[in-house]
Design a protein around this ligand. Structure first.
Ligand code: HEM
Ligand code: HEM
Length: 221
C-alpha cells in the first residue's frame, strides 16, 4: 500500500477511509482555532461578569477588586484577539481550509472589529485613569465611563450570537466524542492557563495602587 504524510508528519496509508480522515485532519486546525476562541470566550464571560458586578457595587467603592479583575482579564482578551485575528488573516490570505470553513455573517464580521476596538478603548482608558498622569485623568475617566455602555451593548450582541456555539465548541474538548478530535487540547488549556497566570501577575504587580488613587482623586464624585 502506498503512503502519504499528514500535516503533522505522520505517514498514513492511502485508501478510501484514510483519505476521508486526511481531509478531516486538514480542517482540524480550523476546528482547533475555533475551540480556542470559544474556550477563551468562556473564561472572559466569567471575568466580565465579575467586573460588571464591581461596577454595580461602584467601581470606586471596590476599586482594588475592580482594578485587579481588570488587569487579570487583559492578557485573556489579548489571547481572544490573537485567536480571532488568526482566523481572519488565514481567511483573507486564502488558506483553503479556512476558506472552506467560511466566514461569519456580515453582522458578525462588522461587530467583531467594533467589539475589539471598544474593548481596547475601555481597557486602555481604565488603566490610564488608574495609573496615568493626573492631567490625563478627566479625559480618561470620561472615555472609560462612556465606552463602557457602547462596549456592553456590543458584547451582549456578540455573546448572544455565539452563546450556544461557545459551549458546544468547548464541550468537545472536555467531552470528546467519536470523530470529533481536534489536535492540541492540552495546548489550548495551557494557553488559557498561561493567559490567566499573566493576568494574575499583572494584577499583583499593578493593582495595589487603590489607596494612592483614592487619596489623589477623592474630590471626584
Ligand atoms: C471583549 C471580548 C471579546 C472580543 C474582543 C471578541 C472578539 C471576537 C471576534 C473578533 C470574533 C470573530 C468574528 C465573529 O465570529 O464574530 C469572535 C468570535 C467568537 N467569539 Fe468572541 N470576543 C469577545 C468575547 C467573547 C465571549 C465573552 C464569548 C463567549 C460567550 C465569545 C465567543 C466567541 C465565539 C464562539 C466566536 C466564534 C469562534 C469561531 O467559530 O471561530 N467571545 N470574537
Ligand atoms: C472589562 C473591563 C472594565 C469594565 C467593564 C469597567 C467599567 C467601569 C465603569 C463602568 C466605571 C465607572 C463607574 C462609575 O462611574 O460609577 C469604571 C471606573 C473605573 N475603572 Fe473600570 N472597567 C474595566 C476595566 C478597568 C481596568 C483594566 C482598570 C485599570 C486597571 C479600570 C480602572 C477604573 C478606575 C480607576 C475607575 C474610576 C473610579 C472613579 O474614580 O470613579 N477599569 N470602570
Amino acid at each position: 500500500m502506498s503512503s502519504t504524510t499528514d500535516p503533522r508528519g505522520h505517514a498514513r496509508p492511502v485508501n478510501g477511509a484514510a483519505l476521508a480522515d486526511h481531509a478531516h485532519d486538514r480542517s482540524d486546525r480550523v476546528e482547533a482555532n475555533a475551540r480556542l476562541t470559544a474556550m477563551v470566550g468562556v473564561v472572559l464571560l466569567v471575568l466580565f461578569t465579575a467586573e460588571v458586578v464591581t461596577v454595580i457595587l461602584g467601581a470606586k467603592q471596590v476599586l482594588s477588586a475592580h482594578a485587579a479583575i481588570g488587569y487579570l482579564l487583559i492578557p485573556v482578551v489579548l489571547l481572544k484577539m490573537a485567536s480571532t485575528s488568526w482566523r481572519m488573516i488565514r481567511y483573507y490570505r486564502r488558506d483553503a481550509d479556512y476558506r472552506r470553513h467560511g466566514s461569519p455573517t456580515l453582522f458578525l464580521r462588522v461587530l467583531g472589529p467594533v467589539l475589539m476596538a471598544l474593548t481596547l478603548v475601555l481597557l486602555v482608558s481604565g488603566v490610564v485613569t488608574y495609573i496615568g498622569p493626573s492631567w490625563a485623568h478627566p479625559t480618561a475617566l470620561l472615555t472609560h465611563q462612556t465606552s463602557f455602555y457602547l462596549w456592553l451593548a456590543a458584547l451582549a450582541s456578540h455573546v448572544i450570537a455565539h452563546f450556544l456555539e461557545t459551549f458546544r465548541l468547548t464541550a468537545r474538548d472536555f467531552l470528546p466524542r467519536r470523530g470529533r478530535i481536534a489536535s492540541g487540547p492540552w495546548w489550548r488549556r495551557s494557553g488559557v492557563v498561561a493567559g490567566l497566570a499573566a493576568g494574575v501577575a499583572l494584577a499583583l504587580i499593578l493593582s495595589g495602587h487603590a489607596s494612592t488613587y483614592l487619596a489623589q482623586y477623592h474630590h471626584h464624585r
